[in-house]
Design a binder for this molecule. Structure first.
Ligand code: UD1
Ligand code: CA
Length: 460
C-alpha cells in the first residue's frame, strides 16, 4: 500500500498581540530565521503541498514566503484555530488523505517527530502530539477515559479545577483525515469561554464517531514550545544556541561557555578550534581546524581557514580569512575582503572589497577599500585608500613586496608596482614604478632660533 497523501496547513493568522510589535509574530526571527520560515522548512520535509493561513493584512508574511513554494489561505477574522483551518479547506484538494496541522509560532519542531506521528496514525484516523509540561498554564489539557484513550481536549479557561491539574497538554499539532474535515469544522460553535471556534473540539467529534485518537508524546519540550511573547522567543533562542554549542563540543570544538555563544544561522567548525565567550555567528559561517576565535567577535557569512587567529572584538562580515592569518583585536573585515595565508590585520584596521596576498600586513589603524595587494606587502599605520571620489569607487593596486610608510594617502585609481616604497606621510596620486620610492609630501624645513609665542593678555 502506498503512503497516504499529505497536505500541511500552517496556522499563522493569530494576532500575536503579546509581542507588542508592528511585525507579525511569526516573522520574528528565532536564531536568525523567521519562525514561520522554520516551520515551512520542516513541513517541506514531509510534503510539497503546504498551505499557510494568514490574516488579510499579512502582506509581509506573503512576501517573506514568496519563494518558499507554499500557497496561502486568508482567514478574514481571527475567530479561533477551528475557523483558521476552515479558511484553508478550499485550498486542500479533496482527494488528499491526511492533513497535518502545524502552528507558525512553534518554530523548533523537528520533522522526525512528525514522521513518528504519521507512523502511529491509522488509515482514516486522527492523531496528535502531546507533551507533559511541568507548568501547563494556558495550554489545552488532554482528557483520557478509564482505559487511557483520548476523549477530548479542554482549554484551560473552560477547564474544571481537576482538569487543570492534568499536565498532559495539546501541542496544537494534529494529523486529520481530509474526508471528515468539512463535516467536523462545519459543526464547530463558539460556545466557550473565549467565544472562539476551537479546533480542539474536533477531537471530541472524532471520538463520538467511533474513531480512535492516536497520540505520541514529545519529550523534548523545546520542540513543541510555542512563542507567545518576546520572553518566550529569547528563551527558545538561548536553548537553540546552547544545543548548537553542545553539538560542537561533542564534535571536537571547544566552546568556552555554551551559555555564552549565539548561533543565528549555519555554523560549521573544524576540530580543535576554540571559540571564546560571547561570540555571535550569523548567516553561514565556515571555520576550519585549529582556529582561535577570541572573545566578543561578531562573524557573519564568512569562511576562516585552518590555524587562523581571530583576536577579541573583531567584526567580520562577508569575508574570507586564509589559513594561519591573524586578525584583530578590534579589526573590521567587511564584505569582499579576502585575506591570503598568514596575513595580518591588526587593531582598528578596516577592509572592504580588498584582497591581500599571502604574508601581507596592515597592523594598525588603516582603511583599505577596493584594493588588491600582492604578497608580502606591509601597510603602515594610518594609511588609507581614497577609493571614493564622491561619485565612483576606484581601485588601488599594490604589487608584491610593497612597503607603504605610515600615514600615507593612496588616491585611487593608483598603482604601486612590485617592491616599491611609499615614503611615510605621502599623498600618492600617480603610479610608483617597481623598485622605486614614491614621496608625495612637502619637504621639511627648520627655522632656527624659533621664539615661542607669548601670551598677550593675562587670563583672570
Ligand atoms: C491552542 C490550542 C491549545 C494548545 C495550544 C498550543 C485551541 C483552541 N487551543 O491554544 O489546546 O495547547 O494551541 O500552543 O486550538 N491562529 C489562527 N487564527 C486564529 C487563532 C489562532 O491562525 O483565529 C493560529 C495562531 O497564529 C497560532 C495557532 O493558531 O499559530 C495557535 O493559536 P493560539 O492563539 O496560540 O492558540 P492557543 O489559544 O494558545
Ligand atoms: Ca499559543
Amino acid at each position: 500500500m502506498s503512503a497516504p497523501s499529505l497536505a500541511v496547513v500552517i496556522l499563522a493568522a493569530g494576532k500575536g498581540t503579546r509581542m507588542h510589535s508592528s511585525v507579525p509574530k511569526v516573522l520574528h526571527p528565532l536564531a536568525g530565521v523567521p519562525m514561520l520560515q522554520r516551520v515551512v522548512r520542516t513541513a517541506c520535509e514531509l510534503s510539497e503541498d503546504i498551505i499557510v493561513v494568514t490574516s488579510p493584512d499579512a502582506e509581509a508574511v506573503r512576501s517573506e514566503l514568496a519563494t518558499a513554494g507554499v500557497r496561502f489561505a486568508v482567514q478574514e477574522r481571527q475567530r479561533g484555530t477551528g475557523d483558521a483551518l476552515a479558511a484553508a479547506l478550499p485550498e486542500i484538494p479533496a482527494d488528499i488523505d491526511q492533513v497535518l496541522v502545524l502552528c507558525g509560532d512553534v518554530p523548533l519542531l523537528a520533522a522526525a517527530t512528525l514522521q513518528r506521528l504519521r507512523a502511529v496514525t491509522a488509515a482514516g484516523g486522527v492523531s496528535l502530539v502531546t507533551a507533559r509540561f511541568p507548568d501547563p498554564k494556558g495550554l489545552g489539557r488532554i482528557l483520557r477515559d478509564g482505559e487511557g484513550c483520548i476523549s477530548g481536549i479542554v482549554e484551560e479557561r473552560d477547564a474544571t479545577p481537576a482538569e487543570r491539574r492534568i499536565d498532559e497538554i495539546n501541542t496544537g499539532i494534529y494529523l486529520l483525515p481530509r474526508a471528515r474535515l468539512d463535516a467536523w469544522l462545519g459543526r464547530l460553535d463558539a460556545g466557550n469561554a473565549q467565544g472562539e471556534y476551537y479546533l480542539t473540539d474536533i477531537i471530541r467529534f472524532a471520538v463520538e464517531s467511533g474513531l480512535a485518537v492516536a497520540s505520541i508524546t514529545c519529550d523534548d519540550l523545546t520542540e513543541v514550545t510555542g512563542v507567545n511573547d518576546r520572553a518566550g522567543l529569547v528563551r527558545l533562542e538561548r536553548e537553540f544556541s546552547r544545543r548548537v554549542a553542545e553539538q560542537l563540543l561533542a564534535a571536537g570544538v571547544t566552546v568556552m561557555d555554551p551559555a555564552r555563544v549565539d548561533v543565528r544561522g549555519e555554523l560549521h567548525v573544524g576540530q580543535d578550534t576554540v571559540i571564546d565567550v560571547n561570540c555571535v555567528f550569523t548567516g553561514k559561517v565556515v571555520i576550519g581546524r585549529n582556529v582561535q576565535v577570541g572573545a566578543h567577535c561578531v562573524i557573519e557569512d564568512a569562511s576562516i581557514d585552518d590555524g587562523a587567529i581571530i583576536a577579541p572584538f573583531t567584526h567580520i562580515q562577508g569575508a574570507h580569512v586564509g589559513s594561519e592569518a591573524r586578525v584583530g583585536p578590534f579589526a573590521r573585515l567587511r564584505e569582499g575582503t579576502d585575506l591570503g595565508e598568514r596575513c595580518r590585520i591588526g587593531n582598528f584596521v578596516e577592509t572592504k572589497n580588498t584582497q591581500l596576498g599571502a604574508d601581507s600586513k596592515a597592523n594598525h589603524l588603516a582603511y583599505l577599500g577596493d584594493a588588491i595587494l600582492g604578497e608580502g606587502c606591509n601597510v603602515g599605520a594610518g594609511t588609507i585608500t581614497c577609493n571614493y571620489d564622491g561619485v565612483d569607487k576606484h581601485p588601488t593596486i599594490l604589487g608584491d613586496g610593497v612597503f607603504v610608510g605610515s600615514n600615507s594617502t593612496l588616491v585611487a585609481p593608483v598603482r604601486v608596482a612590485d617592491r616599491a616604497y611609499v615614503a611615510a606621510g605621502s599623498t600618492i596620486t600617480s603610479p610608483v614604478p617597481a623598485d622605486g620610492l614614491g614621496v608625495g609630501r612637502a619637504r621639511q624645513r627648520n627655522i632656527a632660533g624659533w621664539k615661542r609665542p607669548k601670551k598677550t593678555t593675562e587670563a583672570d
